[in-house]
Design a protein around this ligand. Structure first.
Ligand code: GLN
Length: 537
């Protein structure tokens, strides 16, 4: 289906943060796609970092990487997992990026004679970044999620920019405001006042929301909806309940039941009687909600206090689990909590182990101890990025006898630098956006476990790292049974390692988790879980 002019939907949040604007945006996008429209979702982040790539996962959760190598907010992962369409550099804009562009232009003389100001220069740049996606003519809808909560000092330029856009785009733009309806246990009541105040704050900035999505622990009855509608100047059908659910993947169905897509289409003067196709989604949900089996996976990482640090990995496990009609229970294991003495006790009851990506030396010896245990005890193993590098170090130390083998990221003077900096990386000084980022090709060797999983000769996967397998040692590794089964055809870099005489021991230098979606669960996660299920039997 194609419509004459791109429609812009702006999603703001009020009352508190973490209400799930990303999931609501992704759910609405999913419903519009199910009606045959093309949709992309963009996130505007109010912080001054140019991108989240330099932030600690504790600060920001996972850094999600796009095909074209942007280091972005983890909400972009939700957009891709729900919509099954890739995002790009243009889908994540930060205050840092906006100011960087404006200041560079000022230095070039683009504003000669003028005082450069937040209004109009910063707001104009924000508007340009929003319209870039619509200008591609690829999308019927551009959904723009504005990070933060209304009233924050940081988001003011964004709010002003989208207010202006609404003025210019008229009927082609719409505002959705996500708020919280708290429940007061003592009086047994749902309270609408915070929502009223939140809408007033938006009104002070000149924005009247068209639709209110109300996050709540309890159902909103007709009276409450009428009250919210009356005090916030929206129609009753535009007050949408967003009740807490067990899985984020139920939200599109809840939004459908509440008529979010319908009210949006109505307000944008589009046909809302079109048929929806959600067969695949419902199929997935059915399997997710009625598992026939269960596997227990140990995830060894060092940021496990904040599960958002491994968002794409845990979602990829959910997608692959549903594929097998199987519930995946994740035991989060702190890499610093394991050592050679307790490793057996920690890992012995698990059906498989995944060693997570990461940076720096904290927890590295725990990861290596865990890998030695699963290698020697034939427990399925999946190592991602640093997890793969640790598998290489473990093999070098304990099989090849290079006792002090290491990655030069941690021990720059090691006698056996089995993982080392790429040549191009040695001259790089700046930290931001300078890793090997984005999608690279990988040829997969026939006869390997990964070839069986992908069922194709080559693939493309996304990367985010500086260090690589050191090819000087490749022959030694292969002779001893650790094979490079995935190779970058252009640079000859090792992308996948496997051990032959083991049920499933695979390490990948790339991040397969970024590509797993509800419609396309990732083959490596599917085959890893298959091996875990076999292990259990
Ligand atoms: N720190 C490692 C590197 O830079 C691994 C990075 C990662 O796991 N994403 O190569």
């Amino acid at each position: 289906m194609s419509i004459s002019a791109t429609k812009y939907i702006f999603v703001t949040g009020g009352v508190t943060s973490s209400l799930g604007k990303g999931i609501i945006s992704a759910s609405l996008g999913k419903l519009l796609i199910a009606r045959g429209y093309s949709v992309t979702i963009q996130k505007l982040d109010p912080y001054i970092n140019v991108d989240p790539g330099t932030m600690n996962p504790y600060e920001h959760g996972e850094c999600y990487v796009t095909e074209d190598g942007a280091e972005t907010d983890l909400d972009l992962g939700h957009y891709e997992r729900f919509l099954n369409t890739p995002t790009s550099q243009a889908n994540n804009v930060t205050t840092g990026k906006i100011y960087q562009t404006v200041i560079n232009k000022e230095r070039e003389g683009a504003y000669l004679g003028k005082t450069v100001q937040i209004i109009p220069h910063i707001t104009d740049e924000i508007k340009r970044c929003v319209k870039i996606l619509g200008d591609t003519k690829k999308y019927d809808f551009v959904i723009t999620e504005i990070g933060g909560t209304v009233g924050d000092i940081e988001s003011l330029p964004y709010i002003e920019a989208v207010r202006q856009l609404k003025w210019e785009l008229e009927d082609d733009a719409l505002f959705i405001h996500l708020t919280l309806i708290p429940f007061l246990k003592a009086s047994g009541e749902l309270k609408t006042k915070p929502t009223q105040h939140s809408v007033k704050t938006l009104l002070e900035s000149g924005i009247q929301p068209d639709v209110l999505v109300c996050r709540t622990e309890h159902h909103l009855d007709a009276n409450i909806k009428r009250k919210i509608a009356l005090f916030c100047n929206v129609g009753k059908d535009a007050v949408i309940e967003s009740i807490d659910v067990d899985s984020i993947y139920e939200v599109p169905i809840k939004m459908l039941d509440e008529g979010l897509d319908k009210v949006v289409l109505k307000k944008l003067n589009l046909n809302h009687a079109t048929k929806l196709n959600l067969d695949n989604w419902n199929n997935f949900l059915k399997k997710l909600q009625n598992p026939k089996e269960k596997v227990k996976i140990g995830l060894i990482g060092k940021y496990i206090e904040l599960k958002d640090s491994y968002k794409s990995i845990s979602e990829a496990l959910i997608h692959a689990g549903a594929n097998h009609n199987c519930e995946v229970e994740v035991k989060w294991i702190h890499a610093e909590s394991i050592d050679t003495k307790n490793v057996k006790k920690e890992l012995q009851n698990l059906d498989g182990i995944l060693v997570a990506p990461g940076f720096g030396d904290r927890g590295i010896e725990g990861k290596i101890a865990g890998i030695k245990y699963v290698r020697e005890n034939s427990i399925p193993f999946f190592g991602i990025c640093l997890g793969m590098q640790c598998a290489v170090i473990e093999f070098a130390r304990n099989v090849l006898g290079m006792k002090t083998a290491h990655t030069t990221e941690i021990d720059s003077k090691t006698k056996f630098p089995v993982i080392d900096l790429m040549q191009e990386q040695t001259k790089i000084i700046n930290k931001g956006g300078t890793m090997r980022l984005g999608e690279y090709p990988c040829d997969i060797k026939s006869g390997s476990k990964t070839r069986k999983a992908y069922n194709q000769k080559a693939t493309k996967e996304r990367h985010r790292h500086r260090y690589e397998f050191n090819n000087t040692y490749l022959e030694k590794f292969e002779k001893a049974g650790m094979n490079a089964t995935g190779i970058n055809p252009k640079s000859n870099l090792v992308e996948i390692v496997e051990i032959n005489n083991h049920p499933w021991f695979v390490g990948v230098q790339f991040h397969p988790e970024y590509k797993s979606t509800v419609s396309n669960p990732h083959p490596l996660f599917i085959h890893f879980l298959k091996a875990c299920l076999n292990q259990k039997k």
